[in-house]
Design a protein around this ligand. Structure first.
Ligand SMILES: NC(=O)c1ccc[n+]([C@@H]2O[C@H](COP(=O)([O-])OP(=O)(O)OC[C@H]3O[C@@H](n4cnc5c(N)ncnc54)[C@H](O)[C@@H]3O)[C@@H](O)[C@H]2O)c1
Length: 348
């Protein structure tokens, strides 16, 4: 375990050098990890564990059954219907989407026999138990590893050799081996480093982050600026380049490398001066919206919507319609045109 000091605040992290893959394999040598749900997260975690030599089986329904076969899982050997996989598993990774976890819980619960571990990648089902009904038996471990990134990057970063950061937590430690089991799976799914959290802290921060800066707020402010520029007669190309393309292609990679100050330091004086003067104004303008958001998260209003909408039979069709509306908006059509003009794509 390493200690990091962030401006006087001490935190612990566990790197894959400290808790090695060899050690993870040893901890998991008598375990069968059953990944229930071959969706975005389940796929990434299952394939990484398989490549890392962990005994791992998949439980999936019709939806991604064929995909699991195409990617190397064998029906009756390493691929089963969800409840059958849970029966065979000793660590049950519950990776259906969060509404699906609520729906399948009454069937899954009887498979959680003494000493097994129930694993999540989100604190949702446990923390909002009044809404989900997910209350595990007392004689099992309940653990979490939550990769901090889209499920897709869990696999892509693993293949690229970089890994992804994950938080981890133990909610219930029946076997007194829950922490070892958690860290072993965390390393086996390809985490670069793991930092401790609780189920509650994970779900509150995650729901806020994705509704806020990472996705909701980001899409909203991009649209606001694009619309403003278009309203004042700027062309779609100009508005898109000035709002999105420069952000993703030029500025964010600099922030990723060395931080916001580094990005500012590498821009013109004119840009720096304006950004420094406007930063606090934007921060203060959105602060009340963030307060409202966090309050809705902790009071369960946001999860209620997720569970209601996510369990509607036509959810996927309705979702696709909403995504298509974004895709076909002028701003993102401009995006498609601008991306197609990137030299690496133009020359193909
Ligand atoms: N997607 C991400 O980027 C991401 C990131 C971090 C954590 N997580 C967490 O990982 C877990 C899995 O999320 P995901 O995005 O991979 O899920 P997903 O939407 O890809 O669904 C996973 C699987 O659930 C099954 N499923 C869906 N609805 C069902 C239902 N009603 N009954 C039975 N099966 C159903 C489908 O077969 C699908 O293969 C969630 O707890 C999520 O919060 C996801």
């Amino acid at each position: 375990m390493s200690k990091i000091n962030i401006g006087g605040i001490e935190e612990e992290v566990i790197t894959s050098e400290e808790f090695t893959l060899e050690h993870a394999r040893d901890v998991l040598k008598d375990e069968t990890v059953a990944v229930i749900g071959y969706g975005v997260q389940g796929r990434g975690q299952a394939l990484n564990m398989k490549d890392n030599g962990i005994k791992c089986i998949v439980g999936e329904g019709d939806y991604n059954w064929q995909k699991a076969i195409d990617e190397g899982f064998v029906p009756g050997e390493t691929l089963f219907p969800p409840i059958e996989a849970a029966k065979h598993g000793t660590i049950i990774q519950y990776l259906l989407n969060d509404a699906g976890q609520k729906a399948m819980w009454p069937e899954l619960k009887p498979q959680l026999t003494e000493g097994k571990a129930l694993y999540f990648s989100h604190g949702f089902s446990i923390v909002y138990k009044e809404q989900t009904g997910v209350i595990p038996p007392a004689d099992i471990d309940v653990i979490m590893v939550a990769p901090k990134g889209a499920g897709r990057t869990v696999r892509d970063n693993f293949l690229a050799g970089s890994g992804i950061n994950s938080s981890y937590a133990v909610f219930q430690d029946y076997t007194k081996k829950a922490v070892e089991r958690t860290l072993a799976v965390g390393v086996a799914i390809g985490s670069g480093y793991l930092f401790p959290t609780t189920f509650e802290k994970e779900v509150f921060s995650d729901l806020t982050g994705e509704r806020g800066v990472l996705m909701g707020c980001l899409a909203g402010v991009l649209e606001a600026q694009y619309n403003l520029l278009r309203k004042h007669g700027h062309s779609p190309s100009e508005a898109f380049n000035e709002t999105v393309e420069e952000l993703t292609q030029s500025l964010m990679p600099l922030v990723a490398q060395n931080g916001m100050d580094w990005m500012y330091a590498n821009c013109s004086t004119t840009a720096q001066r304006g950004a420094l003067d406007w930063k606090n104004k934007f921060r203060d303008a959105v602060a009340p919206v963030f307060d409202e958001l966090y309050d809705r998260v902790i009071t369960g209003k946001e999860t209620e919507i997720v569970l209601t909408k996510g369990s509607a039979p036509n959810y996927r069709d309705e979702l696709q319609k909403e995504l298509d509306t974004i895709k076909n908006s002028e701003m993102w059509l401009a995006g498609a045109a601008v991306r197609a003009l990137r030299p690496e794509r133009r020359n193909k």
